[in-house]
Design a protein around this ligand. Structure first.
Ligand SMILES: Cc1cc2nc3c(=O)[nH]c(=O)nc-3n(C[C@H](O)[C@H](O)[C@H](O)COP(=O)(O)OP(=O)(O)OC[C@H]3O[C@@H](n4cnc5c(N)ncnc54)[C@H](O)[C@@H]3O)c2cc1C
Length: 397
C-alpha cells in the first residue's frame, strides 16, 4: 500500500492556471447565477474551450490526457469557487466520459467521447428513477429487443445536466428476469431522438446553476451502436463510473471546505468584539483548527485514491479483484468523509460569521446550501457505509 504522494510541477502549474482562470472568469458570475438559478452557459463554454471537460481523457480521444490526479485538482479548485460548476463538470466527466472511455467501442469513442472531451458536446448520466434511488438495481425503465434494435420506455429522475446534455448515458432493463446483475444495460441516448423528452426540472435548495431534470422515454428506438459495453453489464458500468465520481466529488467537497476555512479565518481576523479580533478567542480557534485538520486529512485521502485510479488505468479487464475492491471502498470512504467534513466545516464557518453568514447572497450562505447534497447524490452516505461494511466483512480492514 502506497500512501506517499506529491504533486508534479506540471500538476502544480495546472492548479495555478485553473485558479487564475476561475478567479477571472467564474467568480464574478457566481452570485448572480445563484440568484437567477440559470445554467451558466457562458462560463461552461469558456471552460469547454480550455479543455476542462476532458482533463482525464487521453489526448487521442480529445482530452488533455492528464489523468485523475489532475482531474481532482480541477474539481478541488472548482469546489473552492462554486459547487454548481463543479457538479456540471463532474456529471459530464466522471459519469459521462468514464463509461465511454472504459467500456466504449472504438467507434463509440470517436463518435461520442471525442467531441465530449473536446468540450463540443455535454454529457449526463441517468440511473435514478422515481421508484429506484438507493436501490438503483430495482429500476423499471425497459429496453426491449426488436431485432438488433432496442425500444426504451420509462422515466428517469434528477438528471444533472439533463436539460442541456447532448447525450445521456441511460441505464435500462434489458432482461427483467436477471435483475441488476445481467439484466441492466447502458445506452447512449442523443438529444432529439424521437420519443425522448426532458420533463420537469427541479427547484433546489442549492446547486442553482445546475439542471436536475426528469427524462421521459416514450418508445425511443436505438440501434445496436447505442448499446454501451456488453448487454447486461450496465449496472457494473454505472458502479465503475460512480467510483470515479465519488473521488472527484470528494475533491470538490475538499475545495469547498478549504474556501470556507480561509473565508472564516479572514473574517475572524477582521471582526472585533469585546475589544479584540474574534480570532483571538479559543472557541473560534478550535473551530478553525478542526476545519484545518479535516482539510489536511482529506487532501491525503482524495489524492491517494485518485493516484490509485491513475495507476489502475482505464481498462477494467486488467484489474485484479483486490484492486477493484480497494478502489470501491476507498471511493466510498472519500465520498463520506469529504461530504460530511465539508458540511460540518461550512456550518462552523457560517457560525464564525455570525448574523452576516445567514444573510442571502454571502459566499458562505451559498456554500452552506450547496454543500448538503454531497451527502445524498452519487449514492447516499448510508449506502457508502453499506459498501464499506460489506467490504470490511469480506476482506477485513
Ligand atoms: C441535485 C441532485 C442531482 C442528482 N443527479 C443525479 C444524476 O445526475 N444521475 C442520477 O442517476 N441520479 C442523480 N441524482 C439522484 C441521487 O443519486 C439520489 O437522490 C440518491 O441516490 C438517493 O436516492 P433517493 O433520493 O431515491 O433516496 P432513497 O433511496 O429513497 O433514500 C431515502 C433515505 O433512505 C436511506 N436508505 C435507503 N436504503 C437504505 C438502506 N438499505 N440502509 C440504510 N439507509 C437506506 C437513504 O440513505 C436516505 O437517507 C441526483 C439527485 C439530486 C438531488
Amino acid at each position: 500500500m502506497s500512501i506517499e504522494f506529491e504533486f508534479s510541477e506540471e500538476q502544480q502549474a495546472l492548479r495555478e492556471s485553473i485558479r487564475s482562470f476561475l478567479t477571472k472568469e467564474v467568480v464574478p458570475i457566481v452570485a448572480e447565477m445563484d440568484a437567477t438559478e440559470e445554467f451558466p452557459a457562458a462560463t461552461v463554454g469558456r471552460m469547454q474551450e480550455e479543455g476542462y471537460f476532458g482533463v482525464p481523457v487521453p489526448e487521442a480521444y480529445g482530452g488533455l490526457g492528464l489523468g485523475k490526479v489532475a482531474y481532482c485538482i480541477l474539481l478541488e479548485e472548482l469546489g473552492r469557487v462554486d459547487a454548481s460548476h463543479a457538479t456540471i463538470v463532474g456529471a459530464h466527466t466522471s459519469l459521462g466520459t468514464t463509461p465511454l472511455l472504459y467500456f466504449g467501442t472504438e467507434e463509440q469513442k470517436q463518435r461520442w467521447l471525442l467531441p465530449a472531451a473536446k468540450g463540443e458536446k455535454l454529457l449526463a448520466f441517468s440511473l435514478t428513477e422515481p421508484g429506484s434511488g438507493s436501490d438503483s438495481g430495482s429500476l423499471t425503465t425497459r429496453a426491449e429487443r426488436a431485432g438488433d434494435r432496442f425500444i426504451l420506455h420509462g422515466s428517469k429522475l434528477y438528471v444533472t445536466n439533463g436539460r442541456e446534455a447532448d447525450t445521456v448515458v441511460v441505464l435500462a432493463l434489458t432482461d427483467p428476469a436477471q435483475g441488476p446483475n445481467g439484466g441492466v444495460s447502458a445506452f447512449l441516448l442523443d438529444k432529439g431522438t424521437p420519443g425522448f423528452s426532458v420533463g420537469r426540472c427541479e427547484k433546489k435548495m442549492g446547486l442553482h446553476g445546475t439542471s436536475t431534470a426528469e427524462l421521459i422515454l416514450d418508445g425511443v428506438e436505438l440501434g445496436p451502436e447505442h448499446l454501451l459495453g456488453e448487454l447486461g453489464k450496465g449496472f457494473s458500468i454505472a458502479m465503475t463510473a460512480l467510483d470515479v465520481g465519488r473521488v472527484s466529488l470528494g475533491a470538490a467537497s475538499l475545495g469547498a471546505l478549504e474556501a470556507a476555512t480561509e473565508g472564516a479565518l479572514a473574517f475572524a481576523k477582521e471582526r472585533t468584539q469585546f475589544g479584540r479580533p474574534i480570532v483571538e478567542y479559543e472557541a473560534i480557534q478550535f473551530k478553525l483548527a478542526d476545519m484545518a485538520i479535516h482539510a489536511q486529512a482529506l487532501r491525503y485521502l482524495v489524492y491517494n485514491s485518485a493516484a490509485r485510479q491513475d495507476r489502475m488505468g482505464v481498462d477494467p479487464t486488467r484489474w485484479s479483484r483486490v484492486d477493484r475492491a480497494a478502489k470501491t471502498r476507498e471511493a466510498a470512504v472519500v465520498k463520506c468523509l469529504a461530504s460530511e467534513w465539508a458540511s460540518e466545516g461550512i456550518d462552523e464557518a457560517l457560525q464564525i460569521h455570525g448574523g452576516i453568514g445567514y444573510i442571502r447572497g454571502s459566499p458562505i450562505e451559498r456554500a452552506y446550501r450547496d454543500a448538503r447534497i454531497a451527502q445524498i447524490f452519487e449514492g447516499t452516505n448510508e449506502i457508502q457505509r453499506l459498501v464499506i461494511a460489506r467490504d470490511l466483512i469480506a476482506r477485513g480492514l
